[in-house]
Design a protein around this ligand. Structure first.
Ligand SMILES: [Zn+2]
Length: 702
């Protein structure tokens, strides 16, 4: 804007490697006086005409336009209103018989009516098609966010979370039973046989109100976010084109800005290169001015923008290659995704490890994820003790057995487990909610639980808890909903007048002080449906850890491990322990690198595996996979790429080449598998080339 601001442009250009950065044109917004001065060679009258009269004339000829169309254009799928109804009721009848129990009928009717009347059926049907396709191709899909609150989403297969209250149903005769059993989750119900046909009843129900997803009046625009397997994500993206037609789907573009740290680097670099002394405060001031400037463009990890048939993307946004790379075959929207998601439908098709891990576990064991009992007592016990793993806390340096379990494996999460000693599925969901919130656990629920003011069951863990609790206390449901919305966004104290009103109503209904105070501290809260979906998959993975350990470790190392390193990990327990000690000592001196700390996380799990009595086989040129761990008898065979420094491409080269028969010599291996000297050296160090001669010469002459 002002002439002195040109220094920012100079620094930014220099930071990005422009050699002529110091050659700046005087680019700044001139005042009318300055403009008149620039044009004074035309004479006073003419200058006024050019600078003032004509510019205003042109401005008057233009209408006000916005770069972004205000029009709302969701795609349409013919018949989607009928489809959603048919699919949902068909599934409901399959599970609960005909006629439906009143509780199911009422809720499903209410949800479907509001979804259809508000024009949201198409979003459900798109999600349904994507999930069904993924399931058909062998990958489960995890639901993110609050979509699991919707029973219609469950009945159409979009989420695995059944949001009804805890209940029993019979898989054989469709008998069902909805009573107040005093448990927070269906999987915590005691076993029971069907009073009608004697078969063991199925337990279900996560107890989540639909309002967290669809709003109090069921009219909130649904935002369906799905977690596809990372291996499957690209296919899911392609499939959107099959649903909507070629040329109708685009990757959502993002705008990358200069981060504060980068800006500081630019500033320092600029002055250092020119040998100009500058003090820290000035550097900070200049860095602040450079922060947040557009640096590059990219693509959103899972966002797909859909243009309805018969319309053009150019009506809404230009398109481009990410980072202006003309060689990229990806086309994204030019406008950032949030700028146009009010006009066009945006789908969040993200990639996640859980479905990939579960698929690998299924491939290794033949056990389908849906068949894993979510009420398994032994699996539940590892969240509280190490006994079910057959080890003592001393052996694995942890009092709980959750190393490597999503949501519960980190030091922070394990600490929460020690503080709360969960024994029920409901508590696991609560802990997941607590761990994902901001100022929900630390300085809030943790203190209350420690002081004995509340139990884990009473603490506020997920946003839904607030609404349910307040309704139980007798508050009008719409008020309970509004208070929940205020608290979950961390706005309780931001609007003191409104909050005083809410406080008064809560006090009228005997809501205790600790509860109100707890609400005031909360900055962000997780929806229960998200926690429920994540815990479901975490529990499935934990089940394998307890009952089929080698499959669990194979899947963990293959997919989740960040720094598996055969050199330190496959040659016995002592080597693992020594490496752990080495990193611990470094860490105490704050000298451990990120890579070492990542390796430490993996070492913990490797040590646990040894302590449970399992071990590794050597890496083998013919028996090892390129990237995945294999189970052989009661041992694990590490893949070729677990050798540090031996890349995935080289590993794949060997697997491809060995299909044509044994390698005659090291040279033969190098040529056929396209690996270099250093690759061959690494294989030699790991004993993979034992008995192999350097070249084929001998056999030719012998
Ligand atoms: Zn029955």
């Amino acid at each position: 804007m002002d002439p002195q601001d040109e220094i920012y442009r100079r620094i930014l250009e220099a930071g990005q490697g422009y050699e002529d950065a110091d050659n700046q044109a005087p680019l700044y917004l001139r005042t009318t006086e300055e403009m008149l001065e620039e044009f004074q060679y035309l004479g006073e009258e003419k200058a006024y005409e050019v600078v003032v009269t004509n510019t205003n004339k042109i401005a008057d000829m233009c209408e006000q336009i916005s770069p972004i169309s205000p029009e709302k254009c969701p795609p349409h799928i013919p018949g989607c209103e009928e489809d959603i109804k048919n699919i949902a009721y068909k599934k409901a009848h399959e599970l609960y018989g005909e006629p439906l129990p009143e509780i199911v009928q009422t809720r499903l009717d209410k949800e479907l009516n509001s979804i259809i009347s508000n024009g949201y059926s198409v979003m459900y049907i798109i999600a349904q098609k994507l999930v069904w396709k993924s399931n058909e191709d062998g990958y489960i899909v995890g639901s993110r966010g609050s979509v699991g609150s919707s029973l219609a989403a469950f009945m159409t297969g979009i989420t695995e979370v059944n949001s009804l209250q805890p209940h029993y149903r019979c898989g054989n005769c469709k008998y069902s039973e909805f009573e107040d059993y005093g448990v927070g989750n269906g999987y915590d119900l005691p076993d029971k046989n069907c009073p009608r046909c004697g078969q063991k009843l199925i337990k279900d129900g996560m107890d989540i109100p639909f309002e967290t997803f669809l709003g109090f009046n069921g009219d909130k625009e649904p935002d369906i976010d799905l977690n596809f397997s990372g291996e499957y994500q690209a296919k899911a993206h392609k499939y959107t084109e099959v649903i909507f037609g070629k040329g109708t789907t685009f990757k959502a573009g993002t705008v990358g800005t200069v981060a504060e740290k980068t800006a500081f680097g630019y500033v320092r670099g600029y002055f250092e290169e020119r040998g100009i002394p500058v003090n820290k405060a000035e550097m900070q001031r200049l860095a602040t001015g450079c922060t947040g400037i557009k640096r590059t463009t990219g693509q959103h990890p899972g966002g797909i923008i859909v243009v309805p048939k018969g319309r053009e993307i150019y009506e809404f946004t230009p398109v481009q290659h990410p980072a202006d790379d003309p060689n990229s075959d990806i086309i994204t929207t030019h406008f950032d995704y949030h700028s146009i998601d009010g006009n066009l439908l945006k789908l969040d098709i993200l990639g996640h490890d859980d479905p990939t891990v579960i698929r690998m576990l299924q491939d290794l064991t033949g056990i389908a994820p849906q068949d894993i009992p979510l009420d398994d007592k032994e699996t539940m016990s590892i969240f509280n003790s190490t006994e079910a793993l057959g080890v003592t806390p001393d052996q694995i340096n942890s009092k709980v057995g959750t190393f490597g379990i999503p949501e519960y494996g980190t030091k922070f999460a394990r600490g929460m487990l020690l503080d709360t000693h969960p024994t029920t599925f409901d508590e696991l969901i609560r802990i997941s909610g607590l761990s994902h919130g901001t100022d929900v656990w630390l300085g809030n629920a943790q203190t209350l639980i420690e002081q004995g003011v509340v139990t884990l069951q009473e603490a506020i863990c997920c946003r839904d808890d607030i609404m349910i609790y307040l309704i139980k206390k007798g508050l009008p449901p719409d008020k309970a909903f509004k208070i929940m919305e205020t608290v979950r966004k961390g706005k309780a104290l931001k609007d003191p007048e409104k909050w005083e009103g809410f406080k008064a109503i809560m006090k009228e209904h005997d809501v205790p002080d600790w509860y109100i105070k707890s609400c005031e501290k909360i900055k962000y809260m997780f929806p229960k449906a998200h926690a429920a979906a994540y815990v479901t998959n975490a529990f499935r993975i934990a089940w394998f850890k307890v009952h089929i350990p080698l499959a669990y470790y194979a899947a963990y190392y293959s997919i989740r491990a960040k720094a598996f390193d055969a050199q330190w990990m496959i040659f016995g327990k002592e080597k693992v322990k020594n490496k752990m000690k080495e990193i611990e000592i470094k860490n105490q001196k704050k000298e451990a690198t990120k890579a070492e700390l990542d390796m430490y996380d993996d070492l913990e799990i490797v040590l646990e595996m040894y302590e449970r009595g399992f071990s590794f086989l050597p890496v083998d040129l013919y028996a090892s996979d390129s990237t995945k761990f294999k189970i052989e008898e009661d041992k694990l065979r590490p893949p070729l790429n677990s050798i540090p420094g031996f890349g995935t491409v080289a590993a794949q080269g060997i697997v491809e080449a060995r299909k044509d028969g044994k390698f005659m010599s090291i040279d033969d291996l190098k040529i056929r598998a396209k690996i270099g000297n250093s690759g061959a050296e690494l294989l030699k160090e790991f004993g993979c080339l034992k008995g192999m001669s350097q070249s084929n010469q001998m056999s030719l002459f012998g």
